[in-house]
Design a protein around this ligand. Structure first.
Ligand code: SAH
Length: 565
């Protein structure tokens, strides 16, 4: 979908369980789309919702294309309250549950008719296109194909209604796609469709379409410089296909802001000499306009930005949360959808899936953290979009620190230029605490009891001091087969400072199938109740419990703490 517009991946929203087969057929066509189903009613959905109307309105407001598998009327009623607002509109379609009808409803300028045709093709039916201009001329003039941009939409709407009223038209400039359009053409026509990269004043008799055939070459970031250069060269901004910059400036934030302000992709190349030779090498055959710091290249036809230079690689270290899809933050989901390479411990990589055929999984053993981190940088430095997965939060006893350590140790400039981001997740201690109530409601201390990477003596010392300081204690990696006795020793240290009736929360496989939650007392706690998939939360002197009607207890630690006297 690159270039069409910056739309999010579509949401396929089912209302009844009878539409799953249709939803899945549409998802095959849009592999990045998510299927939403009513909670408890539909199996096989990627996401569940409680309120259909709220879900639809939320998606609409986030500019997400909506494919609703239900009656058109239901969709219209659900979105009605939002429709009077002006602004950009995502494509919205109603598709019959059984896939027998595809009705584009909203988002004509966002390409809804194109989507309707694609979906209809996938389902083997005809799309219910109702846009008169499109029916008459066989294309939507206001939604030119990839590689072309409309100068002014209001001007365009007037122009199309003039044509519908019977005006003839003349085409100036080169736009092969317009040859296929059944336009009322005449060499004597007053109305013209002008295709060109020059900046021109808006004219009532003219539909101005810019080919995206211009590449702006720069050494570094300078939006004002770029704009001034375009203006001086008489080139319309929408004609710009991409900005091509020196790869040494890959991490220059002014450069990224400039490309974003222009709404174009940012590409990179090595600059052996001056900017002009960099641009000439990346775009052979283009005409070069050299200005102070900016070199403008005009190609004879639209330029595919993906073919110019290369892009900046990205490395995201993400947290999946404890396991359940609902507890994964949306930014992480989006990152997984854009990933080309996924690295991590096999269990977590599988948990992050399923992945598309074009995505490469690199599963490694849990212990090879530094090696995995370096591998991730090698891939990202080649321009790939790489994700390193951890469970819970990546910064809590997981991959984020290893990735940063690998970067810190490296003197390779290509590693340091990678677009590195850490995306948080719900950590096991927080997910467990939420299910138990609020045991972490006051000051608490988080520790890993594993002595793989630190001496046991420091663990005992910290346990002793934290227990003495009356902090609630959250234990990660509490026990493992290779160190079965250490938890018992740790509990002895804690018991020196805590009463036997102190509540202890044990969360096992929280957010995963077969999860269990237990609240016991410190006196009752035995190492056998705990394994490596368990989170242990030991209360402080103020942590308390009380029965909950649904069974079991609520555990919480109040916000306040008793004063000394
Ligand atoms: N980065 C992870 C923690 C990795 S350490 C996070 O932020 O959650 C691994 C330890 O986390 C396990 O030994 C266990 O103690 C705990 N843990 C991870 N996932 C868990 C889950 N779903 N339920 C209970 N404990 C979990």
């Amino acid at each position: 979908m690159a270039g069409m517009s910056t739309h999010n991946a579509p949401a396929i929203v089912m209302l009844g369980p009878g539409s799953l087969a249709t939803a899945q057929r549409i998802q095959q066509w849009y592999p990045q789309a998510t299927i939403h189903g009513l909670e408890g009613r539909v199996e096989g959905a990627d996401q569940s919702y409680r309120s259909f109307g709220e879900t639809l309105r939320g998606l609409y407001q986030q500019d997400t294309p909506i494919i609703a598998l239900c009656a058109a009327g239901i969709v219209i009623r659900s979105l009605a309250s939002l429709l009077s607002e002006k602004g950009t509109e995502p494509p919205v379609l109603a598709v019959a549950e059984d896939g027998s009808a595809v009705v584009p409803l909203l988002g004509g300028l966002g390409g809804v008719n194109v989507m309707a045709r694609e979906i209809a093709d996938a389902l083997g039916v005809a799309a219910a296109i109702t846009t008169s201009g499109e029916l008459r001329f066989g294309t939507c003039l206001l939604n030119p194909p990839q590689g072309y941009a409309l100068a002014d939409i209001e001007q365009g709407k007037r122009f199309v209604s003039d044509l519908l009223a019977g005006e003839a038209v003349r085409i100036e400039g080169d736009a092969p796609w317009l040859q296929q359009v059944q336009l009322p053409a005449s060499d004597a026509a007053r109305r013209t469709i002008h295709v060109g990269h020059q900046a021109r004043p808006a004219n009532r008799d003219e539909l101005l379409i810019h080919p995206r055939s211009v590449v702006v070459g720069v050494a570094g970031g300078n939006l004002n410089g770029i704009r001034a250069a375009l203006q001086q060269a008489g080139i319309a901004e929408p004609s710009v296909a991409c900005v091509l910059a020196d790869e040494q400036a890959m991490a220059d934030s002014a450069l990224h802001e400039a490309a974003q302000a222009l709404g174009v992709a940012l590409r990179f190349a090595a600059r052996p000499g001056d900017v002009a030779s960099m641009v000439a090498a990346a775009l052979p055959g283009a005409e070069l306009i050299e200005q102070a710091e900016v070199v403008i290249a005009v190609a004879p036809a639209p330029v595919d930005a993906a073919q110019v230079g290369r892009r900046r690689g990205r490395l995201a270290v993400i947290g999946l949360g404890p396991g359940a899809a609902e507890l994964m933050v949306p930014a992480v989901k989006a990152e997984l959808a854009r990933a080309e390479d996924i690295l991590g411990y096999e269990t977590y990589v599988r948990m992050a899936g399923p992945f598309r055929d074009d995505q490469v999984m690199h599963c490694t053993d849990n212990r090879e953290e530094m090696q995995r981190a370096r591998h991730a940088f090698e891939l990202a430095a080649q321009g790939r979009s790489v994700v390193v997965v951890s469970s819970g939060d990546p910064g809590v006893f997981a991959m984020a620190a290893a990735v940063l350590e690998a970067l810190h140790e490296s003197s390779d400039p290509t590693w340091h230029r990678v677009d590195l981001e850490i995306l948080p997740g719900v950590s096991a201690s927080l997910a467990t605490a939420a299910q138990a109530g609020a045991p972490l409601g006051h000051d608490f201390c988080v520790m890993s009891l594993s002595d793989n990477l630190k001496p046991w003596s420091i663990i005992e010392k910290r346990l002793d001091l934290a227990a003495q300081a009356d902090l609630v204690l959250a234990f990660y990696n509490p026990i493992s087969k290779s160190r079965p006795h250490q938890l018992g020793v740790a509990l002895e240290v804690v018991r020196r400072h805590r009463e036997g009736n102190t509540p202890v929360v044990l969360g096992r496989d929280i957010g995963r199938p077969g999860q269990t939650l237990k609240v016991v007392t410190l006196a009752e706690l035995l190492p056998e109740m705990v394994d490596m998939r368990t989170m242990v939360l030991v209360g402080s002197s103020t942590t308390c419990v009380f029965p909950r009607l649904s069974g079991g207890v609520w555990a919480y630690t109040p916000r306040w703490y008793p004063t000394a006297n």
